[in-house]
Structures are given as C-alpha cells and as structure tokens.
Design a protein around this ligand. Structure first.
Ligand code: PHE
Length: 370
C-alpha cells in the first residue's frame, strides 16, 4: 500500500520547488495526469473490497484535492513572477526618437480633378462617367469620325483583341464618348450603374476620367486624364464656350493674370473647333505659369457638330452646344510646377511625398484656403 502522507509530502515539495510554469505543469501531469501517481491510486479503488474502498476513498480524494489546490496556488505565484519579468524586459524607452511614420498622399492628378469638379459644380455642371473600355461606336463613329478615316489612327489607339462578333473594343482615346452616352437615349441598360445614361437637354455635365493613347514624351503619357465638358441648350454659341473656359482658368489658377490663346483647330466632332493654350515658361527645371514665351495646349473644344447631335437623336435646329476636353495632368503640371508628365505615373513614392497632397488639407477651390 502506498504511503499517502509520504506521497503528499513528496508531491508538495516538488510543487514548491517548480521554478516556472513549465516545470509545474510537469509535476501536475506526473501527479494528476491520465496515468499520474494520484490518478493511478484513484483507479485502484475499483479493485478494493467495499470496506477498504470506504476507508481509502476519502483519503485519496482528499489527497487529490489538496494537491490540486497547491498546484493552483503555485501556478498563480509563478505566473505573477513571469509577468513581472516580462514587463521589466519589455519596458518602453521613452527617450528613443520615434520611427518616422510614412503617410499616404493624394496624387496631384486626383487633387486637380477634385478642384476641377468643385469649380465646375459651382457653375452648375453635374458629373457623368463612362467606361474606360469603349466600343468603336461611342469612341469614334457617333463622334463623326468617318469609317476607315485616318482620324481614327490619329489618336494612336490601343485596340483590344477582337471579340466573338469580330468587334475590336478600344481603350478610350478621349472622354468624348461619354458625351454620346449622356445625350443618347437608348433602351439598353448600362453595363454598370455608374455609367451615364441619356438625358434630355438642357445638359451641363463634366466627365472626369482616364484616357489612353500610345504616346510617351515629356508632355504625353500612354495613360492620362481628361475632364470633358458638354453643354447642350438653345442658342448656345462660341462666346459661352470662351467665357466658361476663361472663367475656369481664372478660378483654377487663382489669378486672372494667366494668359490664354484660342487657336483654330480640327476635331471631327466639333465645328468650329479650337484649342486653347496657356502662356508658360518651360526653359527652367520647373514650368512657370503667367510668364515666358512658351505655350502649353491644355484643352480642345468647339461647338458640337450637328452630325453628333443627330447621331444622338437630337435635332440640331433645336439644340446646340459646346464641348471641351481638358488635359488634367497638364493642368496639374502647370499649377504645381512639374516639368515631366511621365514622373506622375512612375509610381515613385519619393515623388509622391514631394508633390502629393494631404487628404486633410485640401485647398478649398471656392476660397483658395486650406
Ligand atoms: N476629345 C478631344 C481630344 O481628346 C478634346 C475635345 C473635347 C475637343 C471636346 C473638342 C470637344 O483631343
């Protein structure tokens, strides 16, 4: 027969001597685990006579309870000691300089888009959007590009592989296809909820978005951004167009001193057509606005061609209008002095840290204040 009091003394000594929670757990398993010493004793009760069991049972159960309590007590002590040690080791050194926190920034193009939307919204324009992947009809045909005409190549179009019906979709070369989507009333459901659907004139919308052409130099990038404008109403003329663009430029550059010039131009979808340039100085490492002998083209524009109105189901004898398409990245380069447009899309975080904007300090275009 095991000497219970000797076993208890032995186990108690081992519990008290356990130096950490790991060692204590080993003692617990040895005593109370499946085949621990105390557990084995409990199991052996089954083989005893009823009288012996009545005598031994309470003794062994009592031993088990006292050992369990002792282990729990020791465990609490050891855990407290271990926590203290951990806290002491992990103490913060408040004299250390902080690690630099890298903050995200708003890309200048997005900043300029926001400024443009705010200024045009004040003039009463709503925002419309269209898909980046366009069909030939919206990007060219409805906009009065004659079929097989070299003008289709003039945009250095990125064509997608032909689909099942042999149709080649394009990465839109301009935001003008959204003009068509806004004017044309069809029964077709748009492919996505944000894509503009036809509305009745009068129409006043701007269309911010990405555009694509196979082109790359200091003033061209294969992906760039435009803000299209479209006004359709009765008795709209070129004077309204010129005023709108000049009013926008003065607000955007926050000065009326920026010199612009209108040059006759050709677009298949406007007649007459023009391009507007801004005077700037590109001789140094930064572009400077309002001085110098260089001109930068920032917007193509004109009176919406009667064929475009007809293609969209509007009667040109009743409705006229003007349209324009701003190069957003160029407007940003001019305002914020970036010499090479390609840097804007090089994904260099140092560039973005320098030219980017804090999302919490957007200048309010209405007041010019942050
Ligand atoms: N879509 C033209 C371009 O990308 C710009 C433009 C828009 C011209 C609207 C006239 C009217 O070059």
């Amino acid at each position: 027969m095991t000497d219970l009091s000797q076993l208890e003394a032995e186990l108690s000594a081992r519990i008290d001597a356990a130096a950490d929670t790991g060692a204590l757990e080993a003692v617990r398993v040895a005593a109370l685990g499946k085949s621990g010493q105390v557990s084995e004793l409990l199991k052996s009760l089954g083989g005893l006579s009823p009288e012996a069991r009545r005598e031994q049972g309470p003794l062994i159960n009592g031993l088990r309870d006292r050992i369990t309590t002792r282990i729990a007590g020791r465990k609490a002590t050891l855990e407290a000691v271990e926590l203290d040690a951990q806290l002491a080791a992990g103490r913060l050194d408040l004299s250390l300089p902080p690690r630099p926190r890298r903050k995200g920034a708003v890309h200048p193009t997005m900043q300029v888009m926001d400024e443009m939307v705010a200024i045009f919204a004040e003039m009463g324009f709503a925002v419309a959007e269209g898909p980046d992947i366009e069909d030939d009809f919206h990007n060219f045909t409805a906009l009065n590009f004659p079929p097989k005409h070299p003008a289709r190549e003039m945009h250095d179009t990125f064509f997608l592989q032909a689909g099942a019906e042999g149709e080649r979709k394009v990465l839109r070369t301009h935001t003008s296809p959204v003009q068509v989507r806004v004017m044309q009333k069809t029964n077709q459901k748009p492919a996505a909820p944000w894509i503009a659907t036809g509305q009745d004139p009068p129409i006043r919308v701007i269309v911010p978005g990405r555009t694509y052409r196979s082109d790359s130099d200091a003033t061209h990038t294969p992906m760039f951004h435009q803000v299209e404008g479209l006004v359709i109403d009765r008795a709209i003329h070129m004077g309204h167009l010129r005023w709108t663009l000049d009013a926008f430029i003065a607000r955007y550059f926050e000065t009326s001193a920026v010199e612009t010039r209108f040059r006759p131009h050709h677009f298949p979808f406007t007649e007459p057509s023009a391009e507007m340039d801004v005077r700037c100085d590109r001789s140094g490492s930064e572009i400077r606005i309002g001085q110098g002998s260089d001109w930068m083209e920032i917007v193509g524009c004109g009176m919406v061609h009667p064929n475009v109105l007809r293609n969209c189901g509007l009667d040109p004898d009743e409705w006229q209008g003007f349209a324009f398409g701003f190069g957003v990245d160029r407007l940003g380069a001019l305002k914020y002095g970036m010499p090479d447009l390609r840097d804007m899309f090089a994904a260099d975080t140092r560039w973005l840290a320098h030219y980017g904007f804090s999302p919490f300090a957007m200048p309010n275009p209405a007041t010019g204040l942050s």
